[in-house]
Design a protein. Structure first.
Lengths: 337, 290
């Protein structure tokens, strides 16, 4: 445990530590300051920060481009929701049941792809195919109410029930905040580990990594399985936060794309990129919404057009993402690895 | 369900598959040469479909005639896109290219939504409900014309790459980038031409597609995915492969729609994709690259 903590906290410059502590303080105090609407926006930001962090393990660290990450969140959400609605089993036990399901799904996709050396664009499209397969499959699976959607009972609550994840937005906020920081800590531990260095070697040059004696198949498998397992919590959270699951929304390609926009905009392979990217993109979408409403523009799609233009601008102007540049500005850039 | 019903559905599927194949051919040409995966491919096809719908309602010209100007418009669009936006991205990592084209796809879908609204549009040709009978076989006239047009356009494209100097130059770029530079080819211009040609393919396919399906702003992503499935099934970068893949997926979808439910049909297409990727990752006609 001490060694784990040492690995997590070790090597943080005082400046980084102070900025991080300030951020944590602001985020902890946020529910006392903001209204419920903003708090919901913050929850969505944290949700995407978390899923982005999970995706980043696979793409940012090990260099395997997954465009179907919704499948892991979706499967986990369905497992937990079915256990809850059918057997009255709460979300935390549901999460424990969902992790192996998502991890196994990741293992199957990874095993099939890496065994047959499916890589690059082909691997990315294989992951889309699996997610689409799940979407259409669940659309026709009567056990989970098919395309009509699976609903969790929404009862009047008088107090926050953390054990059953029923409560006000502030409770959900703190749960997601804790999860986001847990994921950040896990990623830092992972990237500083022996396995992390192996992943970076594979990402940079897989042939060279293999030549250097790294069992690339095995470490790519670890990356997929860990990434899928981490993603699964987001799915459980989603199910209990929104109280409804539709295959179209849960497994859809647009869901997978949403998950990965944050880390790409923030900076692929960086620890703080997914968090920053989620923050930038979600607040961009929300403020576009407000701005258009303020100008009295009520065109369905207008918001999305501006959103697309902003994405285009960022990817053209900042190929590395926003975080690497911002980190240099703040003087907290990590030393070259 | 009797045998002739299967036969009729299969023939309809093959004809639709030819149009699918032409659409996928555009994607395959672009990837084969520029090595960029066009994640806005289906969205570009929906632009072409709306052009066909608008031209039909304004000047009442058949989509199969209008496919020439529509393909020309898409060519210009594709050329400008590659020359202006994508060229700096050809050496960037895949996720960066992906984001660029996804952003473009989001813009296209939503601009179409703003301009045309969410309702489905259609082209009512005079022959929309005609059919030909050959023994037990009943063939939709619209599908037959669309399939025939797809064969013609694909044949022209093959001829272009085989016999013209520009076509050969483009193939040279695809075969050996450095070599093409060394012999003095203007690779960036050829890339832009290639992207334009790929876009023209999907433009022509879009015009034909209006004879077969209705168009809404949100069909883009579905067809992008479908084009991927076809191209990878046939072999990414292989031109005959894209057509074969289109036929196979068209046939599969049609039969799956008949045997199970139409809404589950694309699950079988994805099933085929998974099988192909696992057992023949280079695709049916693709060459294995190491």
């Amino acid at each position: 445990m001490a060694a784990m903590f040492e690995r997590f906290a070790g090597g943080l410059s005082p400046r980084t530590a102070i900025l991080l502590a300030a951020l944590v303080a602001v985020l902890l105090a946020a529910p006392l300051i903001v209204n419920d609407y903003l708090l919901t926006v913050l929850i969505i930001i944290l949700y995407f920060a978390y899923t982005g962090q999970a995706w980043n393990i696979m793409m940012g660290f090990a260099g395997q481009l997954s465009l179907g990450h919704a499948i892991y969140a979706g499967l986990a959400g369905y497992v937990a929701a079915v256990l809850f609605t059918r057997f009255g089993i709460g979300p935390w036990l549901g999460f424990i049941a969902a992790v192996p399901v998502a991890a196994a799904c990741g293992a199957i996709i990874g095993f099939l792809a890496f065994r047959f050396s499916v890589a690059g664009v082909y691997f990315a499209i294989l992951t889309i195919a699996f997610a689409e397969f799940a979407r259409i499959g669940f659309d026709h699976l009567d056990f989970v109410n098919a395309s009509a959607g699976l609903f969790l009972p929404v009862a009047q609550y008088t107090h926050n029930d953390l054990w059953r994840l029923r409560g006000d937005p502030a409770m959900f906020y703190y749960v997601m905040l804790a999860a986001t920081f847990a994921a950040l800590a896990l990623c830092r531990v992972l990237i500083k580990s022996r396995m992390g260095y192996f992943w970076l070697a594979i990402r940079e040059d897989e042939e060279a990594a293999r030549a250097a004696g790294i069992d690339t198949f095995r470490y790519k498998m670890y990356a997929v399985v860990i990434s899928a397992a981490v993603t699964s919590f987001a799915g459980v959270f989603y199910a209990f936060f929104y109280n409804n699951l539709f295959p179209e929304q849960v497994f859809g390609i647009s869901r997978s794309i949403e998950m990965i926009l944050g880390p790409i905009i923030g900076g692929v392979g960086t620890l703080f990129g997914p968090i920053l990217g989620a923050f930038v993109l979600t607040s961009l979408a929300e403020s576009l919404n407000d701005a258009l409403a303020a100008f009295g523009i009520d065109l369905p799609g207008a918001e999305q057009v501006f959103y697309g233009i902003c994405l285009l601008f960022v990817v053209v102007a900042l190929p590395e993402g926003i975080w690497p540049r911002l980190a240099r500005r703040l003087g907290v850039a990590e030393r070259a690895r | 369900v009797t045998f002739d019903v299967y036969l009729n559905v299969a023939v309809g599927g093959v004809l639709t598959g030819l149009v699918y194949g032409l659409m996928a051919l555009g994607l395959s040409v672009i990837f084969g040469v520029v090595r960029v995966v066009n994640f806005a491919h289906g969205e570009m096809m929906s632009i072409a479909m709306y052009l066909a719908v608008v031209l039909f309602s304004v000047v009442h010209l058949d989509p199969l005639i209008m496919l020439v100007p529509i393909a020309a418009v898409l060519f210009v669009f594709g050329y400008a896109l590659q020359a202006g936006l994508i060229n700096p991205f050809i050496t960037r990592p895949e996720h960066s290219q992906f984001l660029l084209l996804v952003a473009l796809a989001i813009i296209i879908v939503n601009v179409l939504l703003i301009v045309f609204g969410p309702d489905a549009r259609t082209v009512q040709t005079s022959y929309a409900y005609d059919s030909f009978q050959l023994g037990v076989l009943i063939v939709d006239a619209a599908k037959l014309y669309a399939g025939a047009a797809a064969i013609v356009v694909a044949a022209l494209l093959f001829a272009f790459f085989r016999f013209t100097l520009i076509g050969k130059a483009i193939r040279a770029c695809a075969d050996n980038y450095t070599g093409a530079l060394v012999v003095g080819l203007n690779v960036h211009r050829l890339y832009a031409l290639t992207f334009g040609i790929g876009a023209a393919c999907v433009g022509a396919a879009g015009a034909m597609m209006t004879l077969i399906v209705d168009v809404t702003p949100i069909i883009g992503p579905t067809y992008t995915l479908l084009a991927f499935v076809i191209v990878i099934t046939g072999g990414l970068g292989s031109m005959p492969g894209a057509l074969i893949g289109g036929l196979l997926i068209g046939l599969t979808e049609a039969l799956a729609g008949l045997l199970f439910t139409p809404s589950a049909k694309s699950m079988f297409a994805f099933g085929i994709l998974v099988l192909v990727l696992l057992f023949r990752p280079q695709g049916i006609l693709g060459k294995r690259v190491t």
